[in-house]
Design a protein around this ligand. Structure first.
Ligand code: FE2
Length: 377
């Protein structure tokens, strides 16, 4: 049975020492930024808005900045041998390097974070061009993932100083499918979840939102533990997974093996019409995890009345879950790159604040079928 409890540790006098405007951008370090950008533009409907590389005076790396709704993704690749990007890519494959947080003051954020136990990687610094100034700083997160603090002030450029504005023919007519980043999920090693929950509580003043027991989301073969931390206004939500003992290798273990350590497992992006979005993405070649037919048999009894047609959900493999405050629809893509690591989730919320815990068992069974096909179960 699911053991769901909202806000188990209310902190009425919590002082917001770490105000966050939200997620500024997510940067992926990849083996081929040009082709990754092409894929995300053409398959997912992103628009390229900014670029930095040889043409803008950068000699060691190239970055394509993609935008859709409030989502901003940066795809960065190495131009020459011997860079930290190439080294990172060799060890991890394509993956998320930076989860950048928009803050009112990079200096204050860095000072508070380090004072509260975070490892500082880069003290506050300034980037400047003709469009203004952006102040940034960097701290370590799980694995080799980092959090960058971005203080934009009234910066007027397309992304950051040093990036050139870009526009591709055809991008303007892209359908608007995806609206924002709903949550970003970390996979960490067995026994490390609690430490990272504490990290986000102490360094960011976040609170634990929901706790799933591993009993709630175990399947025949594998299990995981998951806790969710969120900031004061709920704009930033970070679920953190760790593997739990199962009869076979869990999907978290598979991730840790192929990513070579902890990292971002998935980025959940919101949409206002998941049926139309999934239809469009599938038509553009995006592969989603399949959902067993049997999953839909008990959906009416489990979730009650919803606006969408059950037939549409079944046809597209969209999952549905309900909690006390409403319901949500979600679906997961297959891994974006070669390794069974990073994937995307598409989510449409109708009041529900959960993460689809009622779907976990059905979802994991679907994931494990894929894992078995790869010979990793
Ligand atoms: Fe998720």
């Amino acid at each position: 049975m699911s053991t769901l409890s909202l806000d188990p540790h209310p902190a009425p006098e919590r002082r917001d020492f770490m105000p966050l405007h939200g997620i500024d951008h997510i940067e992926l370090w990849v083996g081929n930024a040009a082709q990754a950008a092409y894929y995300l533009r053409h398959a997912f409907g992103f628009t390229e808005v900014a670029y930095a590389g040889l043409e803008t005076g950068r000699r060691d790396r190239v970055s394509h900045v993609l935008q859709q709704g409030r989502i901003r993704l940066v795809l960065t690749g190495a131009l020459v041998d011997g860079t930290e990007i190439g080294d990172h890519q060799r060890r991890h494959g394509d993956g998320v390097k930076v989860v950048a947080l928009s803050v009112p003051s990079a200096d204050a954020a860095y000072r508070e974070a380090v004072a509260r136990g975070a490892t500082g990687l880069r003290a506050p610094y300034e980037l400047r061009d003709g469009d203004g100034v952006v102040r940034m700083a960097e701290i370590a997160a799980y694995g080799e993932t980092v959090h960058t603090f971005v203080e934009r002030g009234d910066y007027g450029g397309r992304f950051l100083p040093g990036f050139a504005a870009v526009a591709h023919d055809g991008d303007a007519s892209q359908p608007r499918l995806l609206a924002g980043i709903d949550h970003v999920v970390a996979n960490v090693e067995l026994g490390a979840m609690e430490r990272w929950v504490t990290f986000y509580e102490e360094v960011f003043g976040m609170t634990e939102l929901i706790h799933f027991s591993d009993e709630a989301i175990s399947t025949e073969y594998s299990a995981l533990m998951s806790k969710v931390v969120t900031n004061g206004d709920g704009r930033v939500k970070f679920p953190i997974n760790e593997p739990a003992e199962g009869a076979r290798k869990s999907q978290i273990d598979e991730y840790l093996e192929f990513y070579g350590g902890p990292g971002v497992q998935h980025i959940a992006v919101s949409t206002r019409d998941i049926v139309a979005t999934v239809e469009a993405l599938a038509a553009r070649g995006v592969s989603f995890l399949r959902t067993p037919e049997s999953y839909y048999e008990d959906v009416p009894a489990r979730v009650g009345e919803i606006d969408q047609s059950l037939e549409d959900l079944r046809r597209l493999g969209i999952l549905v879950d309900r909690d006390d405050e409403g319901y949500l629809l979600q679906i997961f893509t297959k891994p974006l790159g070669d390794r069974p690591t990073l994937f995307l989730e598409i989510i449409e919320r109708h009041g529900a604040r959960g993460f689809g815990e009622g779907n976990f068992k059905a979802l994991f069974e679907a994931i494990e079928r894929e894992q078995a096909l790869r010979g990793n179960l």
